[in-house]
Write a protein that binds this ligand. Structure first.
Ligand code: TYM
Length: 329
């Protein structure tokens, strides 16, 4: 049976990128595979140091997971720091992770460029901890967005290296996964880059309808096509990319034809996009607050999830210790 695992850092409210890159996959896959979905609170410490915020964000992400349809009766939902075995596996894997390959990771280079005064060891070892998350349950499929591809590649390098070094077939080669399709990168509405929590260019699952409409109407476009089949600017291409995720194929075809014929009205395109986003987000948003305020339920979910996750994690760490020669007398 497939083993599916994925995680999200609790650094703010979840946006459409998190939803289409990861969360929607979790929800679709939970009935067909053994699924582990966790909140990567250790990972968020590499850039986050406000304890109150962190705790509140963990609660919010948990509520958003549940509101999006992850069923704790079916899947294992847990908080990374509730499963201490991950830190041991991370330490053990770090013995075979080379500093050079960690320094070359795009996410590390990006973080140190943006924040040169905080180049901490946790940032450097981020991909090792992520590999530990995945290999802790020997996951075969990892639903993520395109931005995580390189981390998955490194996870496979670490798994392969471990297997070769110790002459075992222990860790699987975990594959990034998007339900029946290529990995996605949901762009922001500001005409460049990907949608992100800190880029101020996102639409959040918790956004009210009027906020969604306002954000979409402000999305960057251009002055319009001037001749048939003019090249599409980045801002307009981004709008079509988001449409691919939320709109009917016939809607997309309609606006693409309008674009090609130079008759497109960006106001209509944006109105349509906003309504299609609302259709996706509204049912989730309506559940978030009620779930977030139910402390007893959230407590029960994370306690039960942690217990199940620790069971699987303990078995893996015990095997790995044994393979590496750390054995009881
Ligand atoms: P994070 O918290 O940045 O993002 C969570 C998930 O959302 C996806 N995502 C996107 N997908 C498409 N378009 C976007 N604009 C977009 N923005 C975010 C991410 O690809 C991710 O799947 N390192 C991970 C968290 C993590 C993890 C793991 C994931 C820690 N351990 C083990 C999988 C397995 C991260 O920072 O995701």
């Amino acid at each position: 049976m497939d083993i599916v695992l994925s995680g999200i850092r609790p650094t703010g409210r979840l946006h459409l990128g998190n939803y289409f890159g990861a969360l929607r996959n979790f929800v679709r896959m939970q009935h067909d595979a053994k699924c582990y979905f966790f909140i990567a609170d250790y990972h968020s410490l590499t850039t986050h140091n406000d304890p109150e915020h962190l705790h509140e964000n963990v609660k919010t992400v948990l509520a958003e997971y549940l509101a999006a349809g992850i069923d704790p009766q079916v899947a294992t939902i847990y908080i990374q720091s509730d499963v201490p075995q991950v830190t041991e596996l991370s330490l053990l894997l770090s013995m075979h992770a080379y500093v050079g390959e960690l320094e070359r990771t795009a996410s590390f280079k990006d973080k140190i460029r943006k924040n040169p005064s905080n180049v901490n060891a946790g940032l450097l070892c981020y991909p090792v901890l992520m590999a530990a998350d995945i290999l802790l349950h020997r996951a075969t499929h990892v639903p993520v967005g395109k931005d995580q591809e390189q981390h998955l590649e490194l996870t496979r390098v670490f798994a392969r290296r471990f297997n070769n070094m110790y002459g075992v077939e222990y860790f699987p080669e975990s594959q990034p996964y998007n339900f029946g399709a290529e990995l996605v990168k949901i762009p922001g509405l500001d005409g460049s880059g990907k949608m992100g929590k800190s880029e101020n260019n996102g639409i959040f699952l918790a956004d009210p309808d009027n906020v969604i409409r306002k954000k979409v109407m402000k999305a960057v476009t251009d002055s319009g096509p001037t001749e048939p089949n003019s090249p599409v600017s980045e801002g307009v291409a981004n709008i079509f990319t988001i449409m691919e995720a939320v709109s009917d194929p016939s809607t997309i075809t309609y606006f693409k034809e309008q674009y090609a014929a130079c008759t497109i009205r960006y106001g209509d395109l944006k109105k349509q996009l906003a309504e299609d986003i609302i259709r996706t987000v509204a049912p989730i948003r309506e559940r978030i607050e009620a779930i977030r305020n139910d402390d007893a339920y959230l407590h029960r979910v994370v306690c039960e999830g942690a217990e199940k996750a620790r069971e699987s994690a303990a078995a893996t760490v015990s095997d790995v210790r044994n393979i590496m020669g750390i054995r009881p007398f």
